[in-house]
Write a protein that binds this ligand. Structure first.
Ligand code: GLC
Ligand code: CA
Length: 576
């Protein structure tokens, strides 16, 4: 029997990048023993689902996204038995578990690739994309997208690092392998997949050259949302359908129009997709092309996806993951740490869609600033350092890495103020952020107004409200450069969310429709100034906001005839 998939609409996900989450066996590397012990913590946030970044055996050229065995657990993290224990415990606590599926490429140490290299007449020969003469594509992580293999005497395609050869999804045998992997994990009892760069798996026939003056972007037209993508996705969907498994695609550079083809209609093959538009409010496409943060750009991206997906499809909501620097350092302020951390939470947790919280985000972890590029470990940061802005002096190139590196998301989780931040008893595999004595779980547990407890409160409010899960979205003041104001509404129950992104006090003009209306304040991040639960009238002119002040107000439109008969916005929509 398959269970309804719809649970994901009312879920809040917590994302675990295991290597830096919690070390359970004292070797300095996070693992599934550590995860097992922290599941109650994850549940205490209100999360009811977990997404695990890749846990599989991997040489770690791209920290798990280069997989050498799809049906096992990396020995650093435990084994299949330990995984099963984590899975069972997560389920018993009421949390679903979603695994990362990485099938655009494998590791070059995967047995398929080792076989494929051997020549053109072995059974794995066409598992990868080999050519005598490469085209002009550039990889996203390391130089040209082609690497010569002397054993085979040909070039192989790698859209990411050299150690991540692309699979040839046009080969039906490869698709059968993918389906076997899906079944393997679904038979173990997991609840779904997050599908890595899934919109890249179908490349255009003949692999034509990209537009030469547009490196990477000009190649993508030949492999992003490629010609057979929906046929392949359909095959995978059928397997997931048998199990009622949720599918969440990662869709780098996908437009909202393309996303809708995966998320709705006849070709529907995904339940949700991670879009990237809103992650470029301070950069051009990728973080190493850094620009000042612009709230209007962020709001435009969020509103576009909110409106276009509307009732037709379901959004993911996120501000951080393992691929981006920490959001307080990007879109907030390290100086207004608590204020901006809680403001950012308010800005996104009440949008329409399923929220994802990345480990450490809930305590406001910030970027790490290492003293030399040699200390960074992420392949793409190193590549960016060596490839871009070469005219700049070394100091400013390193500053770009401080701003942009994925490594900032991958420092050990800050549990307390003891040595190594309570992550491990041994020296951790990677640097702990120096601010761990100030920013850690233990301190924030003790402070009712901490970022951590604010996240808990937001999730609690969200999960009790059908309006905040299912209600319509409407934005106010879209051109205002300082505040994000939006409303959610269902059956005449309205929530107005107001978030200042300004590091100074600002007056916010009250939009016409809201002038003077009676509201109830249900949330504030300035508890010393305001009381939650108080009723007030919105002013007719300006709402005066503190630096990074965030508030949520609840109200009904008195004009509605059914004012009193409307169902209470109750716990009926709560996730069990
Ligand atoms: C996705 C992953 C990222 C990885 C890349 C290649 O973008 O999230 O971490 O490096 O794909 O697999
Ligand atoms: Ca360990």
């Amino acid at each position: 029997m398959t269970e309804s998939r719809d649970w994901y609409k009312q879920a809040v996900f917590y994302q675990i990048w295991v290597r830096s989450f919690a070390d359970g066996n004292g070797d300095g590397i996070g693992d599934l023993y550590g995860v097992y012990d922290k599941l109650e913590y994850v549940r205490s946030l209100g999360a009811n689902a977990i997404w695990f970044n890749p846990l599989y055996p991997s040489p770690n050229a791209d920290y798990g996204y280069d997989i050498s065995d799809y049906c096992d657990i990396h020995p650093d993290y435990g084994d299949l038995d330990q995984f099963k224990k984590v899975l069972d415990k997560a389920h018993s606590l009421g949390m679903k578990v979603v695994m990362d599926l990485v099938v655009n490429h494998t590791s070059d140490e995967h047995p398929w690739f080792l076989e494929s290299r051997k020549g053109r007449d072995n059974p794995y020969s066409d598992y990868y994309i080999w050519r005598d003469v490469p085209n002009n594509w550039k990889s996203l992580f390391e130089g040209d997208a082609w690497e010569y293999d002397s054993l085979r005497g040909q070039y192989y395609l790698h859209l990411f690092a050299k150690k991540q050869p692309d699979l040839n999804m046009d080969n039906p045998k490869v698709r059968e392998e993918v389906k076997k992997i899906l079944r393997f994990w679904l038979d173990l009892g997991i609840d779904g997949f997050r599908e890595d760069v899934i919109n890249f798996i179908s490349k255009r026939e003949g692999l034509p050259n990209g537009i030469s003056f547009l490196p990477i972007l000009g190649d993508m037209i030949h492999y992003k949302d490629g010609p057979h993508i929906h046929e392949y996705m359909k095959e995978f969907r059928e397997v997931c359908d048998e199990y009622g498994a949720v599918q969440i695609g990662e869709g780098p550079m996908t437009t909202v129009g393309n996303a809708l083809t995966y998320l709705s209609g006849e070709k529907k093959s995904l339940d949700m997709m991670f879009s990237f538009d809103h992650m470029t409010a301070d950069c051009l496409y990728t973080e190493y092309m850094h620009r000042p943060f612009r709230l209007v750009k962020l709001k435009r991206a969020l509103s576009k996806w909110q409106k276009r997906l509307g009732d037709r499809a379901w959004n993911t909501l996120y501000l951080e993951n393992h691929d981006h620097p920490r959001v307080i350092s990007r879109y907030g302020s390290e100086h207004y740490h608590r204020e901006s951390g809680t403001a950012l939470a308010t800005a996104y947790l009440f949008l329409k869609g399923t929220p994802f919280i990345y480990q450490g985000q809930e305590i406001g972890m910030t970027n790490i600033r290492l003293s030399s590029i040699d200390r960074y470990v992420d392949v793409s940061s190193k590549n960016n350092y060596e490839k871009y802005h070469l005219k700049d002096d070394l100091k400013s190139r390193l500053r770009r890495i401080h701003i942009s590196s994925r490594d900032s998301a991958r420092t050990p989780m800050q549990w307390d103020d003891t040595r190594y931040a309570g992550f491990s008893e041994a020296k951790p595999w990677f640097y702990v952020n120096r601010n761990y004595k100030r920013i850690n779980v233990k301190l924030q547990e003790e402070d009712k107004d901490s970022i951590l407890n604010f996240y808990r409160k937001c999730i609690r409010i969200r999960q009790k409200s059908r309006t905040l899960v299912f209600g319509a979205y409407r934005e106010y003041l879209p051109a205002d450069p300082n505040v994000y104001v939006y409303e959610r509404e269902l059956n005449n129950i309205h929530y107005l969310i107001v978030v200042s992104f300004a590091p100074v006090k600002i007056p916010m003009p009250v939009p016409g429709a809201l002038k003077g209306i009676p509201v109830q304040r249900v949330l504030t991040n300035y508890p010393a100034l305001h009381k939650e639960g108080e009723t007030l009238h919105l002013p007719f002119d300006f709402l005066h906001l503190q630096p990074y002040e965030a508030a949520m107000f609840r109200y009904r439109k008195a004009a509605s005839a059914s004012y009193d008969s409307v169902d209470k916005d109750s716990a009926s929509g709560r996730v069990k």
